[in-house]
Every structure is written in structure tokens, then in C-alpha cells.
Design a protein around this ligand. Sequence first.
Ligand code: SF4
Ligand code: SF4
Length: 98
Amino acid sequence: MKGWKEIPIGGMIVDAGNAKEYKTGSWRSIRPIWNEGKCTHCMICWFSCPDNCIEVVNGKMVGINYDYCKGCGVCAHECPVNAIEMKPETEFLGKDGE
Ligand code: SF4
Ligand code: SF4
């Protein structure tokens, strides 16, 4: 962890393109749960996610990157087949090392 002398004044982020260094998933209070069986791989969630958390391989959705997902719920709202359900983080306490 950086000391106060190494942090830019005001905590400003001065380098461009560094979002990957800041894992924001710990901010989340609700978690999107993907139902693979319902998914039609339309990619609307990928297009809609403001944090680029929808994981895609060969043009198909394969999961959600929880390291960066803030739990905004946009993906669940936009999914046309309700393949993403938002659940409280409290349901996962102690289940995935958190
Ligand atoms: S929006 Fe829904 S159906 Fe489309 S890729 Fe995402 S989860 Fe699958
Ligand atoms: S909840 Fe928000 S940040 Fe998380 S995957 Fe869905 S759209 Fe992206």
C-alpha cells in the first residue's frame, strides 16, 4: 500500500487506461447471477455493462468478472430473457472466500 507521500494530491488518478488496476467488485451489494441455460448469447449485457465485466469467448458469454462488477444491475435489467438475476451479496458471505 502506498504512503501519503506517494499518493497524488487529492487522490487524483493521473494515469489514463488504468481501470484494471482498481478492482471495484468489493463495492458491490448485489450480485448478478447468470443462468447459462436461459442465455441466448445475444450480447446485450456485454454491450450494456459499464464496467466491461461480461466475459466472452468465441462470441459467446461465458460468465461475469466479479473482480470489477459493481452490481449496478444494468445487465439484468437489459437481458431480454431474464438470464441474469440480482441477488444480495449477503447470500454469498463465506462462500467464495469473502
Ligand atoms: S443479455 Fe441475457 S441472453 Fe443476452 S448474452 Fe447476456 S445473459 Fe445472455
Ligand atoms: S451488475 Fe453492472 S457492473 Fe456487474 S456485470 Fe452487470 S452491468 Fe456489469
